[in-house]
Design a protein around this ligand. Structure first.
Ligand code: HXC
Length: 514
């Protein structure tokens, strides 16, 4: 064998070993896989083509000349997932904590460019201590290059970030710019500044889990969209999520062969809404009954549980679901739910995924805290996102559609294509008690028996508005249907709407109330 080939093979061998056997052992002891082990789980066997495996940095400050590893702490390339092409990178914590260098940036930018030009999804497996401190401003500028490409690719190709280690500083900004963030339980963390810096600056004492652990970002901050039990589950989830998404914004999402009868009536739905209007019920029961069996993938399931957003399939076609959840806060819309819903609508619209909305909402959540934190601005995002979305949109009012929530939650005026209501629907400007107290204030103050008079007017108001028939008379509801008919109705409606074409006025971009 020639010397050239021997050298190449030796270098490749070294690249496969990342930071070396001791570091790999430490990585395993932390319950983490190496970058290459993760890629092997993610990609179809034999599909990975690596680029830049031998790249190294040329920094000499801080003794860096002795810390050169082929690949420089990141593995990048192209591969396939279930036969579909993807671009991938996996940071290698065994090399200087996966810290982000100029070389890492060149390697990521290269596959970002390829992903954008070829119209294929980009998946990042993140495990990095942030900007490589020894490289100073080089690594900061290098991050900027990656962020820039994240933004340019946004809405063109799906971008998924899988968090598999302690990610700090710049290592969390790039994921925040992507479409989905998946965190592995126990081993992943995300923070801009870690517990020690926070203690020094603000005096607050907090540990890594309570600052930026998976539960915090999935349930509280909303930074993460999925919580996986471990690394393997996070990687499986990535593959599942991709199955609902198209390769890029010019293609349709993949279709699966229908396996659940399109004409299936679900009798349980006729009794799902409780007789007492103030009793809660779980909207998941409705969703699970309507969509293709076991096809529902909930997004942001722990964040703002008063709303539900999910991918699912109807007769094998991918759809996006937005729903109020009467089992939490009576389904009222608050700031977090508004964020969650509007973001999901935009993702579905970007990737040509039709939207199905289930409405049971008493309105926007009243409260000083909500007002101070801008529920007006945040709630307006829902109106903005629905109106702007040109994908097929269908709504079903299951119970309450009150006031602003009626308008915001995919009403006809939000350019909704078809509006259904169940006979249990209540479509009104506000609840009966509040309305009667405003409309009849004078009369009630003079009534001989104010309580009885109030009850009478409340009943009148209910009889008038607490049904879907007035809205149907006025054409605001296209059809009142039996709940059990919902699945076949939706499937037939989507069959027609699939070829819908709608354009927005030409503009540089709108000004969403962010
Ligand atoms: C260089 C780093 C590094 C970094 C970790 N290492 N982070 N080297 N630059 N940013 C090295 C460590 O020195 C160590 O090397 C090895 O990686 C493993 O790190 P440990 O600390 O032993 O691991 P662990 O205990 O698991 O802690 C991981 C960690 C911690 C939480 C990520 O290392 C840490 O806090 N790192 C610094 C995080 C940070 O503040 N980054 C800069 C953010 S600023 P040895 O050889 O000792 O084993 C930023 C600005 C970008 O990113 C802004 C863009 C807009």
């Amino acid at each position: 064998m020639s010397d050239y080939l021997t050298t190449l093979r030796e270098l490749r061998e070294r690249a496969l070993m990342g930071g070396g056997p001791r570091r790999i052992q430490q990585q395993h002891e932390r319950g983490k896989l190496t970058a290459r082990e993760r890629l092997a789980l993610l990609l179809d066997d034999g599909s990975f083509q690596e680029f830049g495996a031998l790249a190294t940095h040329n920094i000499t400050d801080f003794g860096m000349a002795d810390q050169r590893y082929p690949g420089d702490g990141i593995v990048t390339g192209l591969g396939k997932i279930n036969g579909r092409r993807v671009a991938v990178f996996a940071q290698d914590f065994t090399v200087m904590g996966g810290s982000f260098s100029e070389v890492q940036s060149h390697k990521i930018c290269r596959i970002q460019n390829l992903a954008l030009e070829s119209g294929i999804p980009l998946i990042g497996l993140n495990d990095s201590g942030g900007a490589r401190i020894q490289e100073g401003v080089r690594s900061l500028a290098a991050y900027g290059e990656v962020f820039q490409r994240n933004v340019l690719a946004s809405g063109v190709v799906p971008q998924i970030s899988v968090m598999l280690g302690p990610c700090a500083g710049g290592a969390v900004y790039s994921p925040a710019l992507t479409d989905f963030v998946i965190m592995a339980r126990d081993t992943s963390f995300m923070f801009l500044t870690g517990p020690e810096v926070i203690k020094a600056v603000t005096g607050e004492e907090v540990n890594a889990a309570n600052l930026g652990g998976p539960l915090i970002h999935n349930c509280r901050s909303g930074v993460a969209h999925f919580l996986a039990a471990n690394e393997q589950a996070a990687i499986s989830l990535t593959k599942l999520l991709l199955s609902y998404l198209p390769q890029n914004n010019t293609e349709d999402p993949p279709q699966v062969a229908p396996y659940d009868p399109a004409d299936r009536m679900e009798e349980s739905l006729n009794n799902v809404v409780p007789l007492s209007e103030s009793d809660p019920y779980d909207m998941h029961l409705v969703i699970d009954a309507v969509f293709d069996r076991d096809s529902v993938l909930e997004v942001h399931s722990c964040y703002a549980p008063n709303a539900i957003v999910a991918f699912a399939r109807l007769d094998g076609h991918a759809v996006g679901i937005v729903a109020n959840q009467p089992a939490h806060l009576a389904g009222a819309l608050d700031i977090d739910a508004s964020d969650k819903i509007s973001r999901f609508i935009r993702i579905c619209d970007a990737y040509s995924i039709p939207l199905i909305t289930f409405v049971d909402c008493p309105g926007f959540l009243p409260g000083v805290d909500q007002e101070y934190h801008g529920v007006i601005r945040h709630g307006a995002k829902i109106i903005y996102a629905y109106t702007e979305a040109t994908v097929p949109k269908i709504s079903i009012v299951t119970r309450k559609a009150m006031g602003g929530s009626y308008v915001a939650m995919s009403s006809k005026q939000m350019r909704n294509d078809l509006a259904y209501a169940w006979p249990t629907a209540q479509i009104a400007v506000m609840g009966a008690e509040g309305a009667v107290r405003i409309l009849y204030r004078q009369e009630l103050s003079k009534a001989a028996d104010p309580a009885a008079t109030e009850r009478k007017y409340i009943q009148e108001y209910r009889d008038m508005f607490f049904n879907p028939f007035r809205a149907a008379d006025l054409g605001q509801i296209d059809e009142v249907i039996e709940p059990r008919e919902t699945r076949p109705r939706l499937i037939r409606a989507l069959e027609v709407l699939r070829t819908k074409v709608q354009h927005n006025p030409a503009k540089k971009h709108g000004l969403m109330p962010v």
